[in-house]
Design a protein. Structure first.
Length: 206
């Protein structure tokens, strides 16, 4: 137990070190992107949604909005051209740094998914919540949205059970390469990630 606490503390210290190191870069960038979202898409600028976090505790995830307001159309039709660009560059994720500051997320960990997926997880898949969710993760640098849900959860669980500070640093460096190459932004045949419908059936696009 003491080892686990030390690992969590080291992870938290790494998060704050990264935030402080890149503060002169990301703080103005957040302002610029917020201005562009307001200019190109109008209000609201931010997308806020409750997600399950560490030990499945709910928190409000904050991202830049990439879709038109309203739920009457499928996600692919609501995703604007500017929103697609934000996703390709991963700039839509920048506000999640606020979640990291608050301790609700870490830079590295399983991505926080929709709350409605919780009842669909197998007991093994639920282990992904034994660590804080992340801005990037082991699944994101091993295929991101191009891998199927089973593989993605397997990668998340492996990380949760094998995490180390050095693994986090490795994932951060690999993430930079993935962002530059813009790999795995969406599923193979869609602009957005297919919805997880459980382990008994295949995922169907939203």
């Amino acid at each position: 137990m003491e080892t686990a606490r030390r690992a969590m503390l080291a992870k938290r210290l790494l998060d704050f070190a990264i935030i402080l190191l890149f503060l002169p870069l990301w703080l103005p960038l957040v302002g610029v992107v917020a201005f562009l979202v307001r200019l190109r898409m109008g209000a609201p600028v931010f997308f806020v949604q409750e997600r399950p976090g560490y030990r499945e505790r709910p928190f409000n995830l904050v991202k830049f909005r990439t879709m038109s307001v309203g739920d009457s159309l499928p996600d692919e039709q609501r995703l604007s051209a500017f929103g697609q660009w934000l996703r390709r560059t991963s700039l839509d994720e920048l506000p999640e740094i606020w979640n990291i500051v608050k301790g609700e997320m870490s830079f590295v960990g399983p991505r926080p998914l929709l709350k409605k997926y919780l009842p669909l997880y197998s007991p093994t898949q639920r282990r992904r919540h034994r660590v804080p969710p992340g801005l990037t993760g082991w699944a994101q640098v091993n295929g991101r949205n191009l891998v199927d849900w089973e593989r993605r959860f397997a990668l998340d669980v492996w990380y949760a059970e094998n995490r180390t500070l050095w693994l986090d640093i490795k994932i951060l460096f690999k993430t930079m390469g993935c962002v530059i190459s813009q790999q795995g932004i969406a599923g193979n045949n869609s602009k957005t990630m297919p919805e997880f419908t459980g382990n008994a059936g295949s995922p169907a696009p939203r």
